[in-house]
Design a protein around this ligand. Structure first.
Ligand SMILES: Cc1cc2nc3c(=O)[nH]c(=O)nc-3n(C[C@H](O)[C@H](O)[C@H](O)COP(=O)(O)OP(=O)(O)OC[C@H]3O[C@@H](n4cnc5c(N)ncnc54)[C@H](O)[C@@H]3O)c2cc1C
Length: 416
């Protein structure tokens, strides 16, 4: 059986950044596997601007950002295979894939980096009542149709969920001549980035109905009507608040879930909150030698943070292969008061590297402080003007701060 030092699964921004970084660390025996016909992943359908401010220090479209990484992959001569779907991976780091040229192949990796991206939640996942006509799409599917196949999926549109993809599609469909009658969001605040609320809804006078949800979809062949209603603090529908809209299309932007099918097959432990793998500060999963990054690990809002995280995964995977491993004393990292989750979930306190924690708050905060504590002792803090659930936050712990930790780490948010 052929053996490769590192196999990267997924050729989106995460997979390419991880492969590039492993190559920079001197790994030549490297192979990236991508099931699509081209590299780039989800970026290829995101034709709007807003990518690259941190990584390239300029504002790029998704395909331009992807092309920069593709050009680097080619310049560094990193091997990749397209139209290659990985069917399974084993805890022994065997990788089985299939493609039209080679058929069904199993190869042995010394390390694997999972960069498989995420799924969109569909109608079935949120159980919207009503009939089952055509005209109901996830926002990402509608985006793919429009930006890659040149097909406008509807003319009168209502959007459920204020995630970024829905907001971006509200603007995109309006620019293409469709009428977007509104966006309903069950939470009392938006789940999208503030810049997208302003640039995609407010600039086009598209109403955002906070604390509202769709309670009925009507139509025989095609969607004809949606009914929305206000919800209370327990997300129960308030009778008498119903509003109906005559539309032919409903777009769903109700959340993304990391694709962990391969990870589960290898026995990797999954975090119930992120729905991605549990990782340590090297982004190594609970199976030694298998790493995870990008939207396949936890859902990111910005490709720049995906890329930075993936670069770390590639570097650590390469270093762990080359070095005799440093002393380890693993402790748990806990998402404490006010946080939905924190990554990494495990931390080696003997590490000599800075650790970047990624986390999301549960609800919006104005003027607050993020605190990293060892039991009750505050190890480091970061003040923030505001923190929103839609925006992933990062906090870096320096090696000298890491040395002060003895028990479990807790990260929390506190209002000032
Ligand atoms: C609509 C939308 C708008 C966005 N807007 C912005 C923005 O304005 N600014 C910004 O910074 N970020 C934005 N983002 C976020 C950013 O684009 C993504 O977070 C990032 O590109 C995700 O990269 P990834 O590599 O983790 O996942 P993906 O790009 O999804 O790549 C995963 C890859 O893995 C492959 N794959 C999966 N399973 C297998 C398998 N079994 N075998 C082989 N290959 C496999 C897939 O085909 C895919 O190519 C947006 C995202 C979306 C969806």
């Amino acid at each position: 059986m052929q053996t490769v030092d590192i196999i990267v699964i997924g050729g989106g921004s995460a997979g390419m950044a991880a492969a590039l970084s492993a190559k920079e660390q001197g790994i030549d025996s490297l192979l990236l596997l991508e099931r699509d016909v081209e590299l780039g992943g989800i970026l290829q359908q995101c034709i709007h601007n807003g990518f690259g401010l941190q990584v390239f220090h300029e504002e790029l479209s998704g395909p331009t950002f992807a092309q920069r990484l593709i050009d680097e992959m080619k310049a560094k001569d990193i091997a990749y295979r397209l139209q290659t779907t990985v069917l399974s991976i084993g805890a022994d780091k065997t990788v089985t894939y299939v493609n039209p040229k080679e058929g069904y192949v199993t190869i042995q990796a010394r390390a694997i980096i999972l960069a498989c991206g995420c799924f969109e939640r569909s109608r079935g996942a949120i159980s919207i009542p009503g009939t089952r006509p055509k005209g109901i799409y996830t926002a990402g599917t509608a985006q793919r149709y429009l930006n890659m196949e040149n097909v406008l999926v509807g003319k009168r549109v209502f959007i459920l969920g204020s995630g970024d993809i829905g907001l971006i599609m509200a603007r995109r469909m309006t620019l293409e001549g469709a009428e977007v009658l509104g966006v309903a969001e069950i939470m009392p605040y938006s789940n999208g980035l503030m810049r997208n609320i302003v640039q995609c809804l407010e600039d086009f006078s598209i109403p955002l109905y906070l604390s509202h949800t769709i309670i009925d979809i009507q139509g025989k062949e095609q969607v004809e009507k949606v009914v929305i209603a206000k919800v209370d603090a327990d997300r129960q529908v308030i009778k008498g608040t119903e509003k109906a809209f005559a539309v032919d299309t409903v777009l769903l932007s109700v959340g993304l879930i990391p694709d962990v099918n391969l990870a589960k097959g290898a026995g990797i432990q999954i975090d119930p909150f992120t729905k991605g793998a549990i990782v340590n500060d090297h982004l190594e999963t609970t199976v030694k030698g298998i790493y995870a990054c990008g939207n396949g690990l936890h859902v990111h809002d910005l490709v720049d943070f995906v890329t930075l995280e993936a670069k770390q995964a590639g570097r650590f995977a390469a270093q762990d292969l080359q070095e005799t491993s440093c002393e380890q004393e693993m402790i748990k990292v806990v998402a404490a008061e006010g946080l939905q989750y924190v990554l990494p979930q495990r931390l080696n306190i003997k590490s000599r590297e800075p650790v970047v924690f990624s986390f999301r708050v549960r609800q919006p905060h104005k003027r607050c402080v993020i605190e990293c504590l060892d039991q009750d002792e505050v190890i480091c803090t970061q003040q923030m003007r505001y923190a929103l659930p839609a925006e992933m936050q990062r906090l870096t712990l320096r090696p000298e701060q890491l040395q002060k930790i003895h028990a479990n780490v807790r990260i929390r948010v506190r209002d000032l």
